[in-house]
Ligand binder design. Structure first.
Ligand code: PLP
Length: 428
């Protein structure tokens, strides 16, 4: 019974484009009615009809500690009493910056913004201002937010809706964005050779999460690091998804590769709209007001957003075992899903890294956008809906990673595994 969600979706479409404020939420690629959420607590979402779901989206990553975490909620409530915004500097922003710098490698200075999009957009501008070069290299299927430069062969909703070129992005901008297949180091080398002294930055999701979960193959990130060093290119890790999720120090720490600039979002705000970009002082000092690369935000460093993020990050820093538990849970889920899928005859690939995991119905390895796109996404749709009916809320697209949160219990995981067994026997 999702009658109320159906009514709300009809009503929403009268006043909001497509009924949603971010495209993937509309369930367009899986079909059916998006659920309208009334509340969430811990590992569970509750829709308008009071159905309960085990949540594997976690607001697309941020809710790593579970929904409505007591400490985070309390901190937000207390701050709200002292006003929700000042537009002037606060001590809280210093504490946030110091906390981030104490957790992540290679960040001397960090600037707060209000979304992952802003963080990536600003990092690219900074890389261009710093190097005096114009072009960037990104990877097919990687998503760095919706700024013009990144909407070339992008992942996430752009891939889900199969939008090849985005109307509104000028050819001038698109021509400065060069793309390669993820994990294809030779293609990057060739592109850099063909565009000698023109590449300002290479931006990469160190573990890709916007075409399902895709792991960097051994040597890929190290190879990019080498090329950037040799050619004087700024190496940008987009850790909007992986930051504070794979480890306190994100993918840089987990994979032992150093970036020049790093972008953050999602977990960094603990569910509030926060992004950040940071890096070595030598580069970051070109940002205004220190330098002339302009970047600003009326609500940047907003106190409510800062306290939600700060409280979340402090819990993660003080309890690093959370990362081991998250990984253990995800491996348990992976191994048991593997066992259940094997009992059927359908080809499948489960990619997992830390607390990120995804399922592709494919008979070959999924390690770039091409292999993700050629999987059986019709079957994914059916699997998604069969799971949803059983109270399991997976991302509504095969081009998205699932995110585990730390309050999922073994019982939740076992229910998910059992729901998969039932779903597969229903749909196959
Ligand atoms: C979500 C995401 C973004 C965009 O962040 P928004 O807060 O949605 O603007 C950028 N990069 C990556 C890797 C992401 O997953």
């Amino acid at each position: 019974m999702i009658e109320k969600s159906k009514h709300l979706f009809e009503r929403a479409q009268q006043s909001i484009p497509g009924g949603v404020n971010s495209p993937v939420r509309a369930f367009k690629s899986v079909g059916g009615t998006p659920l309208f959420i009334k509340k969430a607590k811990g590992a569970y979402l509750y829709d308008a009809d009071d159905n309960r779901y085990i949540d594997y989206i976690a607001s697309w990553g941020p809710m790593i500690l579970g929904h409505a975490h007591d400490e985070v909620v309390k901190a937000i409530q207390e701050q709200a009493l002292s006003s929700t915004s000042y537009g002037a500097p606060t001590e809280l922003e210093i504490e946030m910056a110091e906390l981030i710098i104490s957790m992540v490698p290679n960040v001397d200075l960090i600037r707060m913004v209000s979304s992952g999009t802003e963080a990536c957009m600003s990092a690219i501008r900074l890389a261009r201002g710093y190097t005096g070069k114009n072009k960037i290299i990104k990877f097919e299927g990687c998503y760095h937010g919706h700024a013009d430069s990144f909407l070339v062969k992008a992942g996430s909703g752009v891939a889900t809706l199969n939008i090849q070129t985005v109307p509104g992005v000028t050819a001038g901008v698109a021509n400065d964005t060069l793309t390669c297949a993820y994990n294809d180091l030779a293609a990057v080398e060739q592109l850099v050779e063909e565009n000698k002294n023109q590449i300002a930055a290479i931006i990469v999701e160190p573990v890709a999460g916007n075409m399902g979960c895709i792991l960097p193959q051994p040597g890929f990130l190290e190879g990019l690091r080498r090329i950037c060093d040799k050619e004087n290119i700024v190496f940008i890790f987009d850790e909007v998804m992986t930051g504070f999720r794979l480890a306190p120090g994100g993918a840089q720490e987990k994979l032992h590769v150093n970036a020049d600039l790093v972008t953050y979002g999602k977990v960094i705000g603990g569910g509030m709209p926060v992004g950040a970009f940071g890096g070595k002082k030598e580069i970051m000092q070109h940002i205004a007001p220190l330098g002339n690369v302009y970047q600003a935000g009326t609500l940047s460093g907003n106190p409510i957003a800062m306290i939600a993020g700060y409280t979340t990050l402090k819990i993660l820093k003080d309890h690093p075992h959370i990362y081991h538990e998250l990984e253990e849970k995800t491996i348990y889920l992976r191994d048991n899903l593997h066992r259940v899928f094997l009992e059927t005859k359908i080809p499948f690939v489960i990619n997992q890294f830390g607390s990120m995991i995804s399922v592709h119905f494919s008979n070959h390895a999924v390690n770039d956008f091409g292999s993700a796109a050629s999987a059986n996404n019709e079957l994914f749709k059916k699997y998604f809906h069969a799971m949803l009916q059983r109270g399991i809320y997976l991302p509504p697209s095969a081009f998205e990673s699932w995110f585990l949160n730390n309050v999922l219990t073994k019982e939740d995981l076992d229910n998910t595994i059992e729901a998969t067994r039932e779903s597969l026997s229903e749909i196959l």
